[in-house]
Design a protein around this ligand. Sequence first.
Ligand code: GMT
Length: 375
Amino acid sequence: MKIAIVCYPTFGGSGVVATELGLALSKRGHEIHFITYKQPVRLEQLTGNVHFHEVHVPEYPLFHFQPYELALSSKLVDMVKLYKIELLHVHYAIPHAYAGYMAKKMLEEDGIFIPMVTTLHGTDITLVGNHPFYKPAVTFSINKSDVVTSVSESLKQDTLNLFQITKDINVVPNFIDVTKSTKKYIDCQRSLMANEDEKIITHVSNFRPVKRIMDVIHIFNKIQNQIKSKLIMVGEGPEKEKAEDLVKELGLQNRVVFLGESNEIDKILCFSDLFLLPSEKESFGLAALEAMVNGVPVISTNSGGLPEVNSHGFSGYLCEIGNVEEMANFGISILEDEDNLEKFKLNAWKQAKKFDINKIVPLYEDLYTKALSEI
Ligand code: GMT
């Protein structure tokens, strides 16, 4: 199939999932066209059947806001015609599903009928899309999609609760390449980050308020009181400065490293012993899955789709939002005993295997076939 993938090209989970999906589909023989405003961060190489088309938005001083949706829908129309693309797969409802629908309608004027699959990722529903300023447009574009998918059962329920949805929502969980494992990284340089007798705890996110970054620091503070350890903070975002201040206030400057954004998460996770994800809301928690596939147990909240990903008492633990005491105690219980730690590491890897890319990508292919047959 010839498929256009529309996504955010940044470090966010939705962009990562869209990119990994496109690459996996290309390996299965499909022709993939990424259409967005910048080359997606995980799209390192463009091969024969993977293309990238940049959406340019010309600056015009009259406009207070430059109309990205217009430029995107026009680009979609042009690329569909030029490459004879058969299907649009848009990731993140805002504004991609809206722009995709406009493109579909413009193409119909020329007698070209093309289905649109919309994947809901989380904040497009629970935080942004639910805002009264966007809600009618988001509801409309979800209902006008030919196929709708969500990355967890929890997100499906949130969508049905928050919007008047008339379409079926298919749950297709996020996935991971399970061949990624610590063994792959022969240059796994643990010694650069910590001494032999120290444990390494990691957090990866976009440092937005929803991630509860201060909880990460407080949990770590309690753990390091009992277990010699280091905290590696990966990512950038609005809460970073506050987090750095808290680290200073608690006198943890020598124990906490802020690495910034990284394209090499696996190289960091391969030497990590524990992953912290105390989010307020998480439709799935791709970061937790990336940790688990590297054999890193996860302490997370039980919000949103996290209970569908992290298994309590097996791959890690789930706690109430904000219960830093309990999260720290569970962390200590995993780290204080080497045998227990090894057991949790192995379980984390086993849990990740449930989301094997080879099991999940065919689910999308089936939905594409269905969408094409119904157009
Ligand atoms: O919150 C993020 O990390 C970014 C956000 C995004 O829109 O890219 O992630 C959302 O989509 C990911 C991929 O499906 C999910 O794994 C994240 O849980 C989800 N974030 C939230 O729901 C807050």
